[in-house]
Design a protein around this ligand. Structure first.
Ligand code: DQA
Length: 147
């Protein structure tokens, strides 16, 4: 079964408590459960992770490139700031889909810029937890495993 890394960046461990008006009431564990059941439905093996550390995300991009068929990433605020993640995204050969719970384009100006979008196959934002499900479906298609 193809492995998909679902990577989560800073502050996403606080989902459920963190600005629920923007990010919703679901915890990261709730979202992980959703991803696992969608993974089962799609025939994808989900490796779901979260870190608050930029370099760890970089390491996971490189690791995914060795063992996974694709990456779905919500890099949180590092999306907007990280040249290291931009370079990591450029260095991999597997498809990467950027995702966000909120519609970053309807928010503060500093969220409109993504450092990783230029290296992404596509960007999904604004659908809450459903953004993760949409990203998995996009990766299913991109990895040519669709039946
Ligand atoms: C986010 C949007 C980012 O701008 C923010 O820094 C986050 C969460 C989202 O999922 O909507 O931490 O990536």
């Amino acid at each position: 079964m193809p492995i998909i890394f679902v990577l989560n960046g800073p502050n996403l461990n606080a989902l459920g408590k963190r600005e629920p008006g923007i990010y919703g009431g679901q915890t990261l564990a709730d979202i992980e459960a959703l991803c696992r059941s969608e993974g089962e439905r799609l025939g994808l093996s989900i490796d779901f992770r979260q870190t608050n550390h930029e370099g760890v995300l970089v390491d996971w991009f490189h690791e995914a490139n060795e063992v996974a068929a694709g990456i779905a990433v919500n890099a949180g605020a590092y999306t907007h700031t990280s040249i290291a993640l931009h370079d990591a995204a450029r260095a991999i050969r597997i498809p990467m889909v950027e995702l966000h719970l909120s519609n970053v384009h309807a928010r503060e100006e500093f969220r409109h810029k993504s450092m990783i979008a230029p290296a992404a196959k596509g960007v999904i934002c604004g659908f809450g937890a459903q953004s993760y499900i949409l990203a998995l479906n996009a990766l299913k298609t991109l990895t040519h495993t669709a039946e």
